[in-house]
Ligand binder design. Sequence first.
Ligand code: PGA
Length: 250
Amino acid sequence: MRTPIIAGNWKLNKTISESVALTTSLKASVADVNNVEIIVAPPFTALAAVNEVIAGSKIRLSAQDVYSEDSGAFTGEVSAPMLKDVGCEYVIIGHSERRQYFGETNESVNQKVKAALAHDLKPILCVGEQLQEREAGQTETIIEDHVTGGIAGLSSTELLSCVIAYEPVWAIGTGKTATPAQAQEVHSFIRGLLTKIYSADVASQLCIQYGGSVKPENASELMAQPDVDGALVGGASLEAESFAQIVKFG
Ligand code: PGA
């Protein structure tokens, strides 16, 4: 019922020419894929060039962040209307690296989610606990805080334009993937939370991605979990071949 969404988060990697080469090769590798939404999130500087390469393909464009204001004296920021203008359909918001290194809070995340939605951009809202939080038994508290904070004030229609990405911080870039059971446990907790806040019908329609060391070798077992509807892929999205293998997880 839920179309799987596989997104590649390139983070602070790839020049324009490298981005074009990667996208060109990815486009050829996934040309025959039909039942999966494929997204790439290059750095801001490569968005325009990548948008040209994906024209006419099924690959969708995402940014890695957005500012909450549309325009003004905010040196260094990029707004939702600008991302729409360059061809983005999605935007990653609240990635743990932004929370950790750039002071992102639930409040700023929520403002960015609303700004994105106001301009018809689909937020990929990232949530996830740190290792010490998991070890202290606080996983559900943290996830509830990130989810409810990030989506505060959204109507059910707005919520359904979002994707939630569960990314345990201890699994990001570490090679330590959550087990399929650990991922399923949190995904089902998130869906339960959305059932309480909205309804079972709304919760059942929302795509919840897993992120954190997703590789071709573990994608299919993660995706086989009933509440895992996609993947947000970092390292393995930097090579066309490994990302294409994840896209073809089935
Ligand atoms: P990783 O990153 O796949 O390199 O662990 C995932 C992410 O941060 O989105």
